[in-house]
Design a protein around this ligand. Structure first.
Ligand code: CUA
Length: 226
């Protein structure tokens, strides 16, 4: 879950999010280098008149500052495409979940286990099982860790968005169509997310709580739910 005044991502819990964190860090390095280089040369130009001749009239310097950025952009574009394709990789899932966004709660259906479907509402601060402000739900989405999961996301009324930052997933829940996301949870734990599409008055109050447990525990849970 998010922590107060943190400047970075939440701890990643999926291979996809690790790719995204890596890409973010890499791009930050490139941005920092560019800012330092452009900033220092601007200061340099302000201070020295002689650079006028070199920087404004030489053709070679113009070729360099056209070609060099092309390679910088390529070095950002290629890892970006790689991450994009890895996130969209349609592997064959061992479990399929359907998440439906409503005004203002989520409902989940476990299509592989007939009969398991429930609503997930936010829990208020005064409640007994309250622990995380605006993130706690009455029924959490229980999922097995270390297995390949497909989430089918759709909307029941207006557009919502099913998002869990630490798992690196976000999909719009559009009424009348099914969006598919693939995820693999690295470890057991509780991961929080929120609706990420302005969907009305209680948009802020339809959180997502994923409880990842080892497969035997998950099967146990599914048997009990049935
Ligand atoms: Cu549902 Cu915003």
């Amino acid at each position: 879950m998010p922590t107060w005044a943190s400047l970075n991502f939440q701890d990643s819990a999926s291979p996809g999010m690790e790719q995204l964190v890596f890409f973010h860090d890499f791009t930050m390095i490139v941005i920092t280098l560019i800012t330092v280089m452009v900033g220092s040369s601007m200061i340099f130009i302000c201070g020295y008149k002689l650079t006028n001749r070199v920087l404004l009239q030489e053709q070679s310097v113009e070729i360099i500052w056209t070609v060099f950025p092309v390679f910088i952009l390529l070095s950002i574009a290629l890892p970006s495409l790689k991450a994009l394709y890895l996130l969209d990789d349609p592997f064959s899932p061992s479990l399929t979940i359907k998440a439906v966004g409503h005004q203002w709660y989520w409902s989940y259906e476990y299509s592989d286990f007939p009969g398991i479907e429930f609503d997930s509402y936010m829990v208020l601060e005064e409640s007994t099982n309250y622990s995380a402000r605006l993130l706690e739900t009455d029924n959490s989405l229980v999922l097995p860790s270390l297995s390949q999961i497909r989430v089918i996301v759709t909307g029941g009324d207006v557009i919502h968005s099913w998002t869990v930052p630490s798992l690196g997933v976000k999909a719009d829940a559009v009424p009348g169509r099914l969006n598919q996301i693939m995820m693999y949870i690295n470890r057991s734990g509780i991961f929080y997310g929120q609706c990420s599409e302005i969907c009305g008055a209680n948009h802020s109050f339809m959180p997502i709580k994923v409880e990842a447990v080892p497969m035997p525990y998950f099967i146990n849970w599914a048997m009990k739910m049935n």
